[in-house]
Design a protein around this ligand. Structure first.
Ligand code: GUN
Length: 294
């Protein structure tokens, strides 16, 4: 155990996502070592990007690096922007049938001529390490959290690990309604007994909602440079709240002004981002076990 393992996750009002992600990644690495010793098969993730989006390329590089460090093998398929939907489906069928691949991740967004829903639905749910496929969304609806979406799962794992695993009587306010973040978060927070409100771009009087939040999760992500004003300022935050800023790379929350009002708040970078990667690795292990361990 290193000194860092003894340090709190919530320190000086900062919710240390990076610190927790290191712990989870060490747990995954240890589990991979045991599983490989037992089954003589290494877990493997296959990732796919269609097009040249620099953000997507960077996220995928980080996912590969973290996988490899944890002992997870990885293959990457870089497809040109002109790839047809049928060609992408063909690759997914190939990966579904490849028994050496335990996890498949198609980085979103996809080019406009490809239907995201069709692609996601084509991934074998047992290999769907993003938790986006119909079977895994349905499972989450009924309370199953294995193979749930990495970013929201990382958010509730941070809450769990600071002891906020039962949110009975607490009001959680989410600012986001996407299929990747806001919608799965509703289920994960309801599983923990929170009262959940979802705000979005058409919500009127956002501060009247955020001021009620014991847990405030903000994923607006519309600041385009450092000098743009923050969306969440101290006057919008309830005393003692836990505030989670999902917006990368520039953040939604005025961390310095909000910090002392909160129980804790996640920094950007070093909060939700590293947790997303750690939860992806956990999903690869869950997928591996569902396929390999009888
Ligand atoms: N694009 C933005 N976030 C994600 C994610 O969690 N998974 C995938 N596949 N694409 C994304």
């Amino acid at each position: 155990m290193s000194d860092d393992d003894l340090k709190p996750i919530c320190e000086d009002h900062e919710l240390k996502g990076r610190r927790l992600s290191h712990r989870i990644r060490t747990e995954v690495e240890n589990e991979v070592t045991e599983l490989v010793a037992q089954h003589r098969i290494s877990p493997k993730i296959a990732t796919v990007i269609v097009g040249e989006d620099p953000g997507s390329q960077m996220y995928i590089r980080m996912k590969h690096k973290a996988s490899n460090k944890a002992g997870i093998l990885s293959d990457h398929h870089d497809l040109p922007e002109t790839t047809s939907q049928e060609e992408l489906l063909e690759l997914i069928r190939k990966l579904n049938n490849d028994s050496s691949v335990h996890g498949i991740l198609v980085q979103l967004p996809l080019p406009k001529h490809i239907d995201e829903k069709t692609i996601i639905a084509a991934i074998n749910p047992l290999k769907d390490v993003d938790g986006f496929s119909p079977a895994n969304v349905y499972r989450l609806f009924y309370g199953g959290e294995d193979l749930s979406a990495a970013t929201p799962h990382g958010i509730v794992t941070m809450l769990d690990r600071i002891g906020w695993n039962d949110l009975s009587g607490k009001h959680a306010v989410i600012i986001n309604r996407s299929t990747i973040v806001g919608k799965p978060l509703i289920m994960l927070l309801l599983n923990r007994n929170a009262t959940v409100t979802v705000c979005h771009s058409r919500t009127k009087d956002l501060p009247s909602f955020t001021r009620q939040a014991d847990v405030l999760i903000s994923a607006i992500g519309r600041r385009t440079n450092e000098s743009d004003p923050f969306f969440i300022t101290a006057d919008m935050v309830k005393d003692g709240a836990v505030v989670i800023d999902v917006a990368t790379p520039l953040g939604d929350v005025d961390f310095e002004s909000v910090k002392n009002k909160t129980l804790c708040v996640t920094p950007v970078p070093g909060g939700v981002g590293p947790m997303t990667i750690a939860m992806l690795l956990k999903n690869v292990i869950a997928a591996y076990k569902a396929q390999i361990v009888q």
